[in-house]
Design a protein around this ligand. Structure first.
Ligand code: XMP
Length: 524
């Protein structure tokens, strides 16, 4: 296993992902984790990531006491990248200083022949991605320079006797043209790691773990949202414990066009998951009546979901004669990493922009133990795991849909103005047009928004005073930042005409051309 220690670089997750793409299992933990956490993972290789700090400034994050003794005693290979290289140099007696000329962006480096780090590579020069303001001015004993930048700064170092290596640039970024080759050579040829990690192994491992955790008697519940993560997690747990998994899908009246029927049909006939569908339309809509504040809407919806799960558990307890003990959640690896960011990385969310409500996230008072089988996986790996589990491809490719549903896509009171019915029809036309144009998989998320404003129009020679709707489509990696999608004008014109011609009460369509930031993805 390759352990990546995160010192706050924006590329750290990418290192883990690239290594997994090489079919080698890799995990990432905070760079300031205690030694016990590192020992528990028993890594064969440790990679120290980059980061925004300067090693010579006070408060710069550092490795736990005893780290180097542990590494040397156990013959662990260490590769420092950028800040990681500088930390290694400083810790082991070398010197790092602010560079006279900083190196940011694409650079060329010159590789020396005969190093372990590069092996018999036939490229002497290569383009790499640099991002540093400090540089190594004196190496610790036993180290050699094995590559330099054309500005004459140290670009790569090694001390093969001690199994220590360092790259000043970022091999994980695609702009580093031979970065993947260098990582593969280092991990497989230098460190002797076999590239044989498969998602199939993760599946078998998880099934065994869940069987062990739950035993032969206990029951497990799962809240299905109709999204990819909770569905794949539930399908996996179902494979492990069969009918002792009890899923619930809540129709809160805020779902998309025919969502309940479509999702339930997939759960039941294609995935054979035991799902109870709770019709809570009245319960939610009566609580939302007259509410216009976005945060209040979110809080009300979150609270109602919790009531429903409480009731679901009570009913199960009566039927089964015992309380369910476990809860399945579709937590993904980025959520885990995000929840314990390294100091100074800027990856802590100090302001509440929106109270995100996830159907899977239930309060601690419910006293259920968590089963999170996707905890070590990235989104694309979850999709692949879903394919192995025979979750239909179309389902795995679905765009994300927020827990509070259409309530955050109807500005104002969701129960008024026929808003829900209108929005469902508009959204369906938009999404079907995107699918027909073959664009669905290139767009990260697309949806319509109902605006509580009326505008004047002319339809069939008659004046109308009807609603405006907005369309939004974005590209994104993870929803944290996003760009608006640039449709052909012809496509937008056709969708707009279809909507105005077939949805009663709409006479104007606008397209949202804002990125995130400054906007958010959802309008509320
Ligand atoms: P925002 O609007 O915060 O959305 O830029 C980023 C991504 O998160 C989704 N989203 C939610 N997902 N519960 C969820 O499960 C929520 O409360 C929620 N709010 C927004 C949004 O659809 C986008 O994909």
């Amino acid at each position: 296993m390759v352990l990546v220690m995160d010192f706050g670089s924006q590329y750290t997750h990418l290192i883990t992902r690239r290594i997994r793409q090489l079919a080698i299992y890799s995990m990432c933990i905070s760079g300031t984790s205690p030694l016990s956490a590192i020992k528990a993972l028993n890594p064969k290789v440790i990679i120290l990531s980059g980061g925004p700090h300067s090693v010579h400034l006070e408060g710069a994050p550092s490795l736990p006491i005893g780290f180097w003794d542990y590494v040397f005693k156990n013959g662990i290979n260490v590769l420092g990248i950028c800040y990681g290289l500088q930390l290694m140099v400083q810790n082991l007696g070398g010197e790092v200083k602010p560079a006279e000329s900083q190196e940011y962006g694409r650079m060329e480096i010159c590789i020396y022949k005969g190093s372990e780090l590069y092996g018999d590579c036939d490229f002497v020069r290569q383009e790499v991605w640099m991002s540093h303001g400090d540089e190594v001015v004196r190496l610790p004993e036993g180290f050699d320079i094995v590559a330099k930048s054309l500005q004459n700064a140290v670009a790569a170092i090694e001390n093969p006797a001690k199994k220590l290596y360092g790259l000043q640039y970022h091999p994980e970024v695609t702009h580093s043209t031979h970065g993947m080759e260098t990582l593969r050579h280092f991990l497989c040829d230098v460190c002797g790691i076999a590239a044989d990690w498969k998602l199939q192994d993760v599946l078998q491992e998880q099934i065994q773990t869940i069987k062990g955790m739950v035993g032969l008697e206990d029951h497990v519940i799962c809240a299905l949202s109709g999204g990819v993560d909770s569905t794949v997690a539930a399908t996996l747990v179902h494979k492990a414990i069969g009918s002792r998994l009890h899923c619930v899908f809540v129709d809160n009246g805020l779902l998309r066009y025919k969502e309940r029927e479509r999702v339930m049909a997939t759960f039941e006939s294609e995935l054979h998951l035991p799902v109870t569908c709770v019709d809570a339309v009245e319960q939610f809509l009566s609580k939302l009546k007259g509410v216009t504040d976005p945060e209040r809407k979110r809080k009300i919806i979150g609270g109602e979901f919790i009531h429903i799960f409480d009731e679901f558990c009570l009913i199960l307890e009566k039927d089964l004669g015992k309380k369910p003990k476990f809860l399945v959640q579709g937590t993904l690896y980025p959520d885990v990493i995000e929840s314990c960011p390294p100091p100074g990385s800027g990856r802590n969310h100090s302001h509440t922009i929106k109270s995100h409500h996830n159907v899977g996230g239930l309060p601690e008072e419910m006293k259920l133990k968590l089963i999170e089988p996707l905890r070590w996986l990235f989104k694309d790996e979850v999709r692949k795991l879903g394919e192995i589990l025979n979750v239909p491809r179309g389902f795995l490719k679905r765009h994300p849909f927020p827990g509070p549903g259409l309530a955050v896509r109807i500005l104002g009171d969701v129960t008024e103005l026929n808003a829900l019915e209108t929005l469902r029809l508009v959204d369906e036309i938009f999404i079907n047009s995107i699918k027909d144009a073959g664009l669905y998989d290139s767009i990260w998320q697309a949806f319509a928004v109902f605006l509580p404003v009326k505008t004047v129009g002319v339809q069939g020679d008659r004046r109308t005073h009807s609603h405006a709707v907005a369309l939004r489509a974005i590209t994104s990696e993870d929803g944290m930042t996003a760009d608006w999608y640039q449709f052909e004008p012809k496509f937008l014109a056709e969708v707009s005409a279809k909507i105005c011609n077939s949805v009663r009460g709409v006479n104007r369509v606008v397209y949202d051309i804002t990125s995130k930031p400054p906007s958010t993805v959802e309008w509320e």
